[in-house]
Design a protein around this ligand. Structure first.
Ligand SMILES: NC(=O)c1ccc[n+]([C@@H]2O[C@H](COP(=O)([O-])OP(=O)(O)OC[C@H]3O[C@@H](n4cnc5c(N)ncnc54)[C@H](O)[C@@H]3O)[C@@H](O)[C@H]2O)c1
Length: 331
């Protein structure tokens, strides 16, 4: 089922974490379909905020440096909004294990501050939460669907799970329309490439473009599911404007289960440089590794009409062309 994005002319959209990878790409798409976009981002390192991400649209979006944990700032940010795309987060799996209290502060308390601001000041706004595959942990069957039990293997996954439930509770208890998309591994333009803490495929693209060696933990035989950024952004916009999505969560998938090793080979091939080497799993990564991961996206396809449009080859080609041109802004 082919879909096209709706026009959102004059609709007011707030993006928390809007200077980051997913939030800034969303800002580009929302501007293109006529929305009035505001960005609230706390600009916290080592997350992916980067003013270069909104370079082309900086005169068409408004930006406020604001933290989702700040009640006053969130009250001001949510007032008058039609849609709120909630992308702000502590995003590193590894850091959530070394500093679990920071993770709970941003990913649990911060989301509650935002939701309370909506309850008091913007109860007509529709909220789309950027959930994660990490909420599900190791799979018991594959492809997994929305009925699959959730057993996150790290604090990030556990707290993102709790925050998804907060959104759905505000929907059921207060009638504040909210939906969550459990986003897969996502790659593409405007992702941070300064370190390997998260966004691993983009980190590998940098290494390959620099002609460096990519270290693959174990034998690289675990499978994964990768989505190109524009497909993810489209899903968020479709979820925002649909009433069917209220109070629900959806899995995003690619339809293409691929071995980690084959993803690495595809990156090297598309870049035309780089190499790889198998190395033993570091203990901190092994402890939170989930094994094979692949989901079906049937529910969001059937209810909202979304499906991924970009193949891995095409997505890699576009991503690599972007970073070849703009690497000075990203590493
Ligand atoms: N990229 C992926 O593969 C992926 C996969 C699943 C889920 N997600 C989710 O998507 C969302 C966006 O992730 P991303 O990949 O764009 O990461 P990112 O690091 O590029 O963007 C996150 C942004 O949030 C901002 N931020 C962090 N804490 C904040 C706070 N307390 N208040 C306001 N802003 C804050 C950061 O400064 C950054 O700009 C996150 O919720 C993440 O959990 C991402």
């Amino acid at each position: 089922m082919a879909y096209s994005l709706p026009r959102l002319d004059g609709k007011r959209c707030l993006i928390t974490g809007g200077l980051g990878f997913i939030g800034s790409n969303l800002a580009h798409s929302l501007v293109a379909i006529g929305a009035e976009v505001s960005i609230a981002d706390a600009c916290i390192d080592p997350y992916g905020w980067n003013f270069a991400n909104i370079r082309e649209i900086k005169d068409r979006v408004s930006f406020t440096k604001a933290d989702i944990r700040d009640e006053k700032a969130m009250a001001a940010a949510v007032k008058g909004q039609d849609f709120i795309f909630n992308c702000a987060a502590q995003v590193s799996h590894i850091d959530s294990m070394t500093d679990p209290f920071l993770d709970v502060d941003i990913n649990c308390r911060g989301n509650l501050v935002l939701l309370e601001a909506c309850r008091r000041h913007a109860d007509k706004a529709k909220i789309v939460y950027a959930g994660t595959r990490g909420q599900m942990g190791s799979l018991h069957y594959s492809p997994a669907d929305e009925e699959h039990p959730d057993n996150p293997t790290d604090i990030y996954g556990a707290n993102k799970w709790a925050a998804e439930k907060y959104h759905l509770v505000y929907n059921s208890a207060y009638g504040i329309r909210a939906t969550s998309l459990r986003i897969n591994n996502t790659y593409g333009e405007r992702n941070q490439m300064r370190h390997a803490k998260y966004g691993i495929m983009n980190w590998f693209i940098r290494l390959a473009l620099e002609g460096k060696e990519i270290q693959v933990f174990g034998d690289g035989s675990q499978t994964r599911d990768y989505n190109y950024i524009t497909d993810v952004v489209d899903a968020m916009i479709l979820a925002a404007q649909s009433e069917k999505s209220n109070g629900k969560y959806y899995l995003l998938g690619s339809g293409n289960e691929i071995k980690f090793m084959d993803m690495v080979k595809s990156v090297i091939k598309a870049a035309g440089s780089g190499s790889y080497k198998l190395v033993p799993w570091p203990a901190d990564r092994k402890a939170i590794e989930i094994g094979n991961f692949f989901v079906t996206y049937e529910k969001i396809r059937d209810e909202l009409g979304w499906e991924p449009k970009t193949s891995l080859d095409e997505g890699l080609r576009k991503t690599i062309a972007f970073y070849r041109e703009r690497k000075k802004e990203y590493w």
